[in-house]
Design a protein. Sequence first.
Length: 61
Amino acid sequence: MPKVIIHNLEVRMQVDGDDGAVFTRLFNKHIQAWARLYEDECARVKHTAAERGFGDGEGRP
């Protein structure tokens, strides 16, 4: 998975009601979804590395 680094992000939107509350709700929803996907990917990488390690010590005391 390629790395993406965001140095500067500007978001503009027009909504009915309290703009700050709407943005906060949507941001939290999507950042939590992204975080879950990122954590899942990290866990897969760690699990795969552990599986590759099986047998590395074969024949050694």
